[in-house]
Design a protein. Structure first.
Length: 222
């Protein structure tokens, strides 16, 4: 078991590993960065220099935070994780970790975790993406919810884009939260729908609580 600093800065979640910041991204299947490999919790992993054209330098520019790279699910999927953003710590282990929360089932599509969210009385399949500084809801009914201003975000293969946002009440089992949701542009939004999902749950779900992310067991514990 290893405990690392977990830092929320400029809307994004980073861990500090061996003195360098890495973006913690459950929404990317591939890890990339400046170095050719990394050691996390005593396990060594190969590191690509980019993912869909997104490099560590561009990632630093888009997030506004200088970082070594991005940790994707090819690395994160090897561990159990306890994310404690309020206390600024991440616990990772190749053994089993436990969290006394409500367990939600995680499925997977092309290496990215998905979960069920309930909005306005209807269930939707959503990606769980800790890179996303806001959430996304691709249904037309998003306009029925209160406006929350515009946000500039980015996505690998697309770059930066701007979206109008709305405050959307969302339930995960017995837990209810209000998420700031935008819509993904053009082809990116269409690809999301083709995957059978209706949106993305971003890192706002993690910010004010301790959560257990257990990808090997297919569980998110809130």
């Amino acid at each position: 078991m290893t405990k690392l600093p977990l830092i929320f800065k400029d809307g994004h979640l980073f861990i500090r590993n061996d003195g360098a910041l890495w973006l913690f991204d459950t929404g990317a299947p591939s890890t990339f960065g400046i170095s050719k490999d990394l050691i996390l919790a005593e396990k060594r992993f190969p590191v690509s220099d980019n993912y869909m054209g997104l490099s560590a330098a561009t990632l630093s520019q888009f997030t506004g935070v200088g970082c070594q790279g991005l940790l994707g699910t090819d690395v994160l999927g090897a561990f159990d994780h306890i994310l404690d953003v309020p206390s600024g710590s991440l616990t990772v282990s190749t053994g089993d970790l436990a969290h006394a929360g409500q367990d939600l089932e995680l499925s997977e599509f092309m290496g990215i975790p998905t979960l069920t969210a309930r909005i306005a009385g209807q269930n939707y399949c959503m990606f769980f993406d800790t890179r996303a500084q806001i959430s996304y809801f691709q249904e037309d009914s998003i306009t029925n919810f209160p406006e929350a201003g515009s946000v500039t975000d980015f996505y690998p293969g697309v770059g930066q884009f701007e979206t109008d946002t709305h405050q959307v009440p969302v339930s995960f089992g017995e837990i209810s939260v209000t998420l700031r949701c935008g819509t993904l542009p053009g082809l990116l939004g269409a690809t999301l729908m083709m995957a059978g999902t209706s949106g993305i749950v971003g890192n706002q779900l993690c910010l004010d609580r301790v959560i257990g992310y257990f990808p090997r067991k297919g569980v998110l514990s809130l």
